[in-house]
Design a protein around this ligand. Structure first.
Ligand code: ATP
Ligand code: CA
Ligand code: CA
Length: 437
């Protein structure tokens, strides 16, 4: 089964939710951005603002198609985070709210989260559980300080935390974050790596039919792959990875993975050229047995001056609320602006065409570009423990499901990532040494 990322248009079951999410983001982000910058205060980390939207609109909020409530969390912190990650405010709003609707990424996995790509594939909206939401609010200050001190962090980049609530409906919490994979490059292989081997296998017999499936630790090991970095790049990568994992250990977080997307320069973008409109996705990391990864449409041409001018004009209208979000209007068109996210070039791990290029031992460039990041950061040990007790009541196989605490989890993760950056030579030497001992 191939899960095609479905466009969320007016006929989609989640159309209203998606519309409300984007309307809320547009309103709250432009509201915060319109203010003069100021120093952060302690209260900014816990701030939350509630807005009511309805058909008529009121003195605070513009009119919207549907009635809903929207909560914006720590707007000043996220404004600062976006600035630290060099996200252009206008570009952010454009990507998330104008012209093209989102595409929903298949059906949810075990976690039940939904994923949505922005129209230009730069951003991902992920719905999160209440516990994850509470955790992000709790760790926000540590996360913020870490990002400021480690602008090249490999951790997921969070750009916003919000909640929508529809009348008689539930509350939906969601985060906006970076899409690790580039809009303009084919990803030929994807791995979601945790450093564990239990259950970390994607059925090899399904790989033939799903060459873009997200593979796991055992698939990686079976292929005898390694991340090919010369000494300098390797050090930079491993040092940052360790810094990041130390933070997660301190915050008692676990169950995260290293997401590795591989673009093979030899293959180039052929798959995309052949099938530009197919947008596939694999949801829910661990559980979905038939994961597929996003096929990123390439930039087929650069936008003309007229288009750029039109885009800027549209944007000004949107920011000034003169215009309703034109979602749906152009829903049959595909994004024509699949451009490189150039703002990311300043960051080490995104500096080679949006990723981090392989290098040979002698520092000459390799044949692959890696897209790397640590994702799924919002699982707290306490939550997993509770779930475990629940499962223990149902299963006898306690060992298999026992979650390992955050410190050993992180240590095991670090060791695994270090191991996979070793060259075949290094591994061979180590084996030789072991045999000698
Ligand atoms: P589970 O808890 O069952 O692992 P989840 O719903 O929490 O699932 P994630 O682990 O966050 O989901 O992500 C699932 C998959 O979605 C990943 O393996 C990856 O393929 C894709 N994905 C998640 N975040 C990103 C991202 N920032 N950029 C690109 N792809 C992503
Ligand atoms: Ca996961
Ligand atoms: Ca998860």
């Amino acid at each position: 089964r191939v899960v095609v990322g479905t466009k969320v248009d007016q006929n989609h079951v989640n159309w209203v939710t998606a519309y409300n999410m984007l309307t809320g983001i547009r309103f709250t982000v432009s509201r915060t951005n319109a203010k003069l910058d100021r120093d952060l205060t302690e209260a900014d980390f816990t701030a939350r603002h509630k807005f009511s939207f309805d058909i008529t609109g009121n003195e605070l909020t513009p009119s919207a198609k549907y009635d809903f409530k929207f909560k914006d969390y720590a707007p000043w912190i996220f404004r600062r985070l976006r600035a630290t990650f060099k996200i252009d405010p206008a570009d952010y709003l454009m990507s998330l709210t104008s012209k093209y609707i989102l595409s929903e990424l298949g059906s949810p996995g075990k976690s039940g989260s939904f994923f949505y790509f922005s129209r230009d594939y730069k951003y991902i909206i992920k719905t999160i559980h209440h516990a994850e939401h509470k955790l992000l609010r709790k760790i926000l200050k540590d996360y913020y300080q870490h990002v400021v001190q480690n602008p090249n962090t490999l951790l997921s980049q969070f750009y916003g935390l919000h909640r929508v609530k529809v009348p008689y409906g539930g509350k939906i919490h969601f985060v906006v974050m970076n899409n690790l994979f580039p809009p303009h490059r084919d990803i030929h292989q994807t791995f979601d790596l945790k450093g564990s081997t239990i259950g970390r296998d994607y059925k090899e017999e399904n790989v033939v039919n799903n060459p873009r499936a997200t593979l796991k630790d055992l698939n990686w090991l079976r292929r005898n792959y390694h991340l090919e970095f010369g000494p300098e790049k390797k050090n930079t990568f491993l040092e940052q990875m360790e810094q990041d994992v130390h933070l997660l250990q301190k915050l008692k977080i676990m169950d995260y993975s290293m997401l590795v997307g591989i673009h093979d320069l030899g293959k180039g973008n052929q798959e995309n050229l052949r099938d530009k409109t197919l947008r596939v996705f694999q949801p829910g990391g661990d559980t979905s047995p038939d994961d597929i990864l996003p096929s990123n449409p390439i930039l087929t041409r650069t936008p003309s001056k007229l288009e750029t001018a039109r885009k800027a004009h549209e944007l000004r209208k949107i920011i000034k609320h003169e215009k309703p979000i034109p979602m749906g209007e152009s829903s049959t068109r595909m994004p024509d602006q699949m451009e490189e996210n150039t703002s990311k070039r300043d960051f080490t791990f995104y500096s080679d065409d949006g990723g981090f290029r392989a290098t040979h031992e002698d520092n000459t460039p390799g044949e692959e570009i890696y897209y790397l990041g640590i994702i799924d950061l919002l699982t707290h040990y306490g939550t997993v423990k509770r779930l475990e007790n629940f499962w223990k009541g149902l299963s006898h196989d306690k060992q298999q499901i026992s979650p390992i605490p955050p410190v050993p989890y992180g240590d095991r993760f670090i060791k695994f990532v270090m191991d996979i950056t070793k060259s075949r030579e290094e591994v061979r030497e180590e084996v030789r040494d072991e045999v000698r001992d």
